[in-house]
Ligand binder design. Structure first.
Ligand code: IPM
Ligand code: MG
Length: 377
């Protein structure tokens, strides 16, 4: 019997609803597979500001440090638009990423066969698409110093942010990209703006050096300016396998890649730290790519599949339960194949429109069927 410690941070907006469906899946796994979980739930983002005056507490951070995996829903909403900038809901998420040193953010963009029509691009451009964006998550302009707004005293203000990267920051995320490419399509495209920024020039040089110095030459490495990458993602996204890029370009390119698939409501992500050489474990946080969607919160309309697929990534990357991860991903495909849809992915001929909870239940019933047929085999 394996046992795991999970920290659950449902957050704001639709976060609690979609996380509730993961709870159900955890319950199913405990009943049917040889595994138990300790789940500790804490508020994050706006919910935590309301409860504790900060977007994440020290106690929660300490719990996350010790957990086998952290699951996060979403943070933010108009209710907290006017809180002080340093304690805004997003600052909680950024603090978690920074303090857990989750430097590698994996954002797959996969087009499910059943959802080809949901994309705004032509089916031939996106069908079968399976790309992975590896976004640097703890450096760059998100955290660079100096930063801030100063009053110049003459009616003018001046705002500064700093884009900064070091050799080791670039190489550690590069390694993750090369290792993952090896298990996928064998290609890495590194994106920056070396034509304009020194940080991009260094990024390109270090990726090139890493490729040969650490014997990743079985993986094909190409370089692309980030603006060109944004264009190529729309023109012919299937040219890519793994894209590795910095924090800000990764933020933008991953939203674009997500939308190629037709719905943000489908896309999971994993944020990983360095491997502990003693235990082989990594700190990790899993979250859907979509936000808190305050406009539909509490109405049972949210699509729980991105969070469910994020949990599948947790099973695979942090809990060593790859069979269960496969089963969960197959169940999601099964449910979509049966034409079951939440509002965000419904098409003109959608027959069954499901609520958040009904979609979670549909995944569980597909899991049960899969489990039974495996036992019979
Ligand atoms: C994301 C989000 C965050 C980011 C926000 C909520 C701070 O857009 O995870 O992509 O910019 O990183
Ligand atoms: Mg973003």
């Amino acid at each position: 019997m394996s046992h795991y410690n999970l920290v659950m941070l449902p957050g704001d907006g639709i976060g609690p609803e979609v996380m509730g469906e993961v709870r159900k899946i955890i319950g199913w796994l405990e009943q049917h597979r040889n595994v138990t979980f300790d789940v500790v739930e804490r508020p994050v983002g706006g919910a935590c500001i309301d409860a504790h005056g900060v977007p994440v507490t020290d106690e929660t951070l300490a719990l996350c440090h010790k957990a086998d995996a952290v699951m996060l829903g979403a943070v933010g909403g108009p209710k907290w638009d006017n809180v002080e900038y340093t304690i805004r809901p997003e600052a909680g998420l950024l603090r978690l990423r920074k303090e857990l040193e989750l430097f590698a953010n994996l954002r797959p963009a996969i087009v499910f066969d059943a959802l080809v029509e949901a994309s705004s691009l032509k089916a031939e451009i996106v069908s079968g698409l399976d790309i992975l964006i590896v976004r640097e998550l703890t450096g760059g302009v998100y955290f660079g110093e100096p930063r801030g707004i100063t009053d110049l005293g003459n009616g003018e203000k001046r705002a500064v942010n700093t884009q900064v990267y070091t050799t080791s920051e670039i190489k550690r995320v590069g390694r993750v990209a090369f290792e993952l490419a090896r298990k996928r399509g064998g290609k890495v495209c590194s994106c920056e703006k070396a034509n304009v920024m020194e940080s991009g020039k260094l990024w390109r040089a270090e990726m090139t050096a890493l490729h040969t110095e650490e014997n990743y030459t079985d993986v094909e490495l190409t370089h692309m300016y980030a603006d060109n990458c944004a264009m190529q993602l729309l023109r012919w996204p299937k040219q890519f396998d793994v894209i590795v890029t910095d924090n800000l370009f990764g933020d933008i390119l991953s939203d674009e890649a997500a939308m190629l698939t037709g719905s943000l409501g489908m896309l999971p992500s994993a944020s990983l730290g360095a491997e502990d050489p003693a235990t082989g474990r990594r700190k990790s946080l899993y979250e859907p790519v979509h936000g808190s969607a305050p406009d539909i919160a509490g109405q049972g309309k949210a699509n729980p599949l991105a969070t469910i697929l994020s949990f599948a990534m947790a099973l695979r990357y942090s809990l060593n339960l790859s069979e269960e991860a496969d089963m969960l991903e197959d169940s999601v495909k099964q449910v979509l194949g049966e034409g079951k849809r939440t509002a965000d992915i419904k098409g003109p001929d959608t027959k069954t429109l499901l609520s958040t909870a009904e979609m979670g239940d549909a995944v569980i019933s597909a899991l049960s069927k899969l489990h039974k047929s495996r036992q019979a085999a």
